[in-house]
Design a protein around this ligand. Structure first.
Ligand code: SF4
Length: 328
């Protein structure tokens, strides 16, 4: 909900301060989907608030579950829809949040890109994905957040920063438990670095050179590979923090010996670069996963490089990275 609007309304009713605080606290607790469920409020007030506001700006239209993930199709107030994913890594629960309806960047391996771009999500819509999941898993709660769902978060910069501020002030999720993934908007990488937060940064790299990357990520035509690496070195030099490079291995695209050699050189060039090697998640009509995954992993291991072979959750429910799409 828009807490500012609701607070203004509550003030106009001359409700005591403690009531206002109680309602805001209830909202952030993630225990409620509607005001009607807040039985610690007088009934008239519950009915009045429900008539005038929606507690959450997202509502579940469909839920798909498999062993370790849940994917929800969430409808927004203007009837557009997004997907949001909950991943169970055993020790912690992670919510993968969408930042846009669709995405304008059209990466070749990504289902979201095929939807085109509809609009940015508001801070409220990003936040409410977390509260929606907290309600679903109560009394457990989301321990980690990744902005890796639909959309490019750095293209929704102002709302992203507003969301992070609200999370910091109202939810018990520390900055180090939050990761933002970008396809490589270089000016925003510099701006993000200068913010000096402890939020993790991940780059959808997916290729170790300009030529390969521009085939699968059109953004590379605007932001050149060498300039991207320069911005990543700026990030690690200023933050002294590890930087995560995502690399989905795609058959006959980025999986040759030459690609592997270039990747090794890149990782050796900066010991704060950490590679997440990912099996490509198949997308209808899309590219194919490479069979060289083990060869890449073994060679990186022999070279004592920082990497992990990432377990990809949610493939069977189409909720893994690059598989989120609405209207399919
Ligand atoms: S991978 Fe990310 S940046 Fe690329 S099209 Fe998909 S959502 Fe957009």
């Amino acid at each position: 909900m828009d807490t500012g609007e609701v607070q203004k309304y509550l003030s106009s009713l001359n409700l005591p301060q403690y009531r206002q605080k109680q309602i805001i606290k209830n909202y952030f607790s993630g225990r409620y989907l509607s005001f009607l469920e807040m039985t610690d409020l007088p009934k008239d007030l519950r009915l009045d608030l429900e008539k005038n506001f929606s507690l959450l700006s997202v509502s579940e239209s469909k839920l798909v579950t498999d062993t370790d993930t849940q994917k929800s199709l969430l409808t927004l107030k203007d009837n557009l829809a997004i997907e949001s994913v909950l991943m169970d890594y055993g020790d912690w629960l992670t919510a993968c949040l969408s930042s846009q309806v669709g995405c304008p960047l059209n990466c070749a391996f990504c289902a979201t890109g095929k939807m085109g771009f509809k609009r940015n999500l508001t801070a409220e819509e990003m936040l409410d994905q977390i509260l929606y999941w907290n309600h679903k898993i109560f009394p457990k709660y989301i321990g980690r957040l990744v902005f890796m769902g639909m959309g490019e978060p750095f293209l929704n910069w102002d709302n992203l920063l507003a969301t992070l501020k609200i999370i910091k002030e109202n939810l018990n999720i520390g900055s180090r438990k939050i990761s933002i993934s970008t396809a490589g908007l270089i000016p925003k990488i510099y701006e993000f670095t200068d913010l000096n937060t402890e939020i993790n940064l991940a780059i959808s790299l997916h290729a170790p050179d300009q030529e390969t990357r521009q085939k699968i990520m059109p953004i590379t035509l605007k932001y050149q590979f060498t300039d991207l690496i320069k911005s990543l070195n700026y990030y690690t030099a200023h933050t002294r923090r590890q930087l995560f490079l995502e690399y989905a291995l795609i058959d006959d695209i980025n999986d040759s010996q030459d690609h592997l050699n270039k990747l090794i050189n890149l990782l050796k060039s900066n010991r704060l670069f950490y590679l997440n090697l990912i099996p490509l998640n198949p997308v209808k009509g899309g590219l194919n996963p490479s069979s060289n995954l083990n060869l890449f992993a073994d060679t990186l291991e022999k070279n004592h490089l920082n990497f992990s072979l990432r377990r990809s959750l949610g493939q069977s429910s189409n909720s893994a990275c690059g598989q989120l799409i609405v209207g399919n």
